[in-house]
Design a protein around this ligand. Structure first.
Ligand SMILES: Nc1ncnc2c1ncn2[C@@H]1O[C@H](COP(=O)(O)OP(=O)(O)OP(=O)(O)O)[C@@H](O)[C@H]1O
Length: 248
């Protein structure tokens, strides 16, 4: 029997005449790393925004850990255990790295000291503790991505949705980010990851869901999905496909 921690049923989001998510039904199993791939504009980020409450859906539902959470506010979902990061990261630049961590509203009865200790542990785990007292404005793009992941971890999430965690990150830091994701996953955190880099996706994801023109067109392990005719058409038939987006 499968143990779904996140499930959408016919989730739909429109922007005027454009249907960015067209009845997306998708289940994520507890403990897996699910990749979401698809050409530019296929609706991946919209899906994240609708699942995590940044957009109200025009139809369909979202269930998280056995509870219907459709339309819940992002902060309520985050406190319930569904965290997410953004494609464009935006730390508070004039605050230190540690202050950025402590600015996360956890509302879980932890004392200031406990919160500070937890922030220290996470920064150490992510190997950015040496810059904890530096202003965030001096961080590299990759370090900012790690800080954003760290801020999500302050909420002890059960599921983390990552929007392009490797984009714009140098290869050394990229492999560190992937190691951290694997390590957290080994400890039980479920991940849903949007990523254009197919090499990253191939090694990271247990299974992938493919979006095309707002629809969820295929799901399975990376190798099977790469051979799927509809997937090859989605990538190769369009005019926007770039080499690194072709999943073969
Ligand atoms: N806030 C918005 N208002 C209007 N249209 C939007 C909005 N957000 C997204 N769209 C449109 O919805 C479609 C899906 O966009 P979305 O960003 O979800 O795609 P994506 O698969 O994440 O793309 P990319 O891989 O380029 O990040 C696009 O046509 C986009 O222009």
């Amino acid at each position: 029997m499968t143990d779904d921690i996140l499930r959408t049923t016919d989730l739909t989001k429109r922007f005027g005449a454009l249907t960015a998510n067209d009845e997306i039904s998708l289940s994520v199993e507890r403990g897996e790393i699910r990749g979401i791939i698809g050409p530019n504009g296929s609706g991946k980020t919209t899906f994240f925004n609708t699942v995590t409450g940044f957009y109200q859906p025009d139809g369909g539902s979202v269930h998280f850990d056995g509870e219907e959470v459709t339309g819940w506010e992002p902060h309520r979902l985050a406190r319930r255990g569904l965290g997410r990061t953004f494609q464009i990261v935006s730390p508070f630049k004039n605050m230190t790295v540690r202050q950025n961590m402590l600015a996360v509203q956890t509302d879980d009865g932890r004392s200031r000291e406990e919160k500070r200790d937890r922030a220290g542990e996470i920064l150490e785990f992510l190997e950015i503790d040496h810059i904890a007292d530096n202003e965030a404005r001096g961080m590299s793009g990759g370090q900012q991505k790690l800080l954003e992941l760290g801020r999500v971890l302050m909420l002890d999430p059960e599921v983390v949705m990552l929007d392009e965690p490797a984009a714009g990150v140098n290869p050394a830091l990229e492999s560190r980010i992937m190691d951290h994701i694997h390590e957290l996953n080994d400890e039980g955190t479920t991940f849903v990851v949007i990523e254009h880099d197919m090499h990253v996706m191939k090694t990271l994801a247990d299974s992938v869901s493919v979006f095309d023109s707002g629809s969820h067109i295929a799901q399975g392990d990376f190798e099977d999905v790469s051979q799927d005719d509809a997937v090859r058409e989605a990538y190769l038939g369009g005019t926007t496909a770039e080499d690194d987006e072709v999943p073969i």
